[in-house]
Design a protein around this ligand. Structure first.
Ligand SMILES: N[C@@H](CCC(=O)N[C@@H](CS)C(=O)NCC(=O)O)C(=O)O
Length: 355
């Protein structure tokens, strides 16, 4: 919850004395509590608190020196760059899937950017709102080729197998429902952090691990197991639109986070990158100029940010394609031919106009 700012108001109240008709002026001090907006709270604190995962290859990684990197981490940095003009003004809080929504509603974080799927129940019952999808994913399963599984295996092939995943996820619900629908009986083992599920899989305590496809591809890549671990079915068993999540009914903050994502997408539409951002011809592209505070008609100050807030995002973190390629291409995840390609190239990545 937002912290409260104590605001003292001096109220001059004229108290009429009933019989004497004498006017007695009394000064009353009324102490009112006015909630700070999320933006004010973040600005007053001096840094953003961003909820990320406990470890998801390519999305949230922590190096030995304690530094953070990844696709989700970069969007945390991007929001900090928008608010402060300095991407480094962010404190990361690692959260398991089961912890994440409680942490958000308790105000332990300002925004959650953690492989989080936008669902109806999370949107309604759990008091969240969702920003633009930054990664269109879908749930898949991973098993060993030495166990007879292959990239063309189906959900029915997991009949009788032990399936591991982490608790508090769409994953556990989808696999339970999906296996039931195809008549497969599974032994579902849920753990707190997904890394434990991978450890059990490696130790042979699970036959299958399941989560978002990107998570499986990432784990397979870092375990150098491309030749042994099969990911299936080819067509995922669910839709997992992943993106930033914030508390419900927080419109200004929602706008700030949403337009941070849109700015990275629009910059890429215009071919504005970290490298050419200062040599780009903004007069020839007024929309880009408005969004970066270079031309007349900028709207960032109306959102409580500086006019160059989104210039700072792209200058410091890059456009959508730079963020995607830098973090996910090394794992073998590419945009081309996927839902993460542009809308005008057959994908779903799209931003509303900046005007
Ligand atoms: N997208 C799903 C699954 C999220 C999830 O927990 N994914 C795993 C695999 S990528 C993860 O982030 N693990 C890291 C952790 O357990 O902290 C959801 O929102 O429920």
């Amino acid at each position: 919850m937002s912290k409260k700012a104590i605001v003292s108001l001096l109220v001059l109240s004229m108290i009429a004395v009933a019989c004497g008709g004498t006017d007695d002026a009394a000064v009353e001090e009324v102490v009112e509590e006015v909630a700070m907006t999320t933006l004010e709270e973040v600005q007053a604190r001096g840094f953003l608190k961003c909820g990320v995962s406990t470890g998801a290859t390519g999305f949230t990684e922590v190096a030995d020196d304690g530094s953070y990197s990844g696709f989700d981490v970069d969007y945390c940095y991007a929001v900090a760059a928008a608010v402060f003009g300095d991407y480094s003004k962010v404190e990361f809080k690692q959260l398991t899937a089961a912890e994440r929504f409680t942490a958000l509603s308790a105000g332990e974080i300002d925004v959650l950017i953690r492989n989080t799927t936008w669902t109806q129940s999370r949107d309604t019952e759990l008091g969240n709102d969702f920003g633009p999808t930054t990664y269109y994913d879908g749930q898949q399963l991973m098993g060993r080729k030495s166990d007879g599984l292959s990239d063309s295996s189906t959900l029915a092939d997991v009949d009788g197998l032990r399936v591991c995943t982490n608790a508090g996820t769409t994953t556990e619900k989808n696999i339970t429902e999906g296996a039931g629908l195809v008549g497969a009986t599974i032994e579902l083992v849920t753990v707190e952090a997904f890394s434990e599920a991978i450890d059990k899989f490696i130790a042979g305590e699970c036959d299958i691990v399941t989560t978002d496809g990107s998570g499986l591809v990432g784990r397979r890549a870092v375990n150098d197991a491309l030749n042994d671990w099969a990911i299936f079915p080819a067509s995922p068993i669910s839709k997992e639109p992943l993106g930033p999540t914030y508390r419900s009914n927080d419109s200004q903050w929602a706008d700030i986070v949403n337009w941070t994502v849109y700015a990275t997408i629009i910059a890429d539409e215009y071919g504005v990158t970290r490298a050419n951002i200062d040599s780009f011809d903004y007069d020839a592209a007024p929309e880009m100029g408005r969004l970066f505070g270079k031309n007349d008609g900028e709207l960032q100050t109306k959102m409580g940010l500086s006019a160059d807030a989104y210039y700072n995002v792209v200058k410091q973190i890059g456009n959508y394609d730079e963020i995607f390629s830098r973090n996910l291409n090394p794992l073998g995840l590419y945009r081309e031919g996927s839902y993460n390609d542009y809308w005008n190239n057959g994908g779903l990545v799209y931003a509303p106009p900046a005007r």
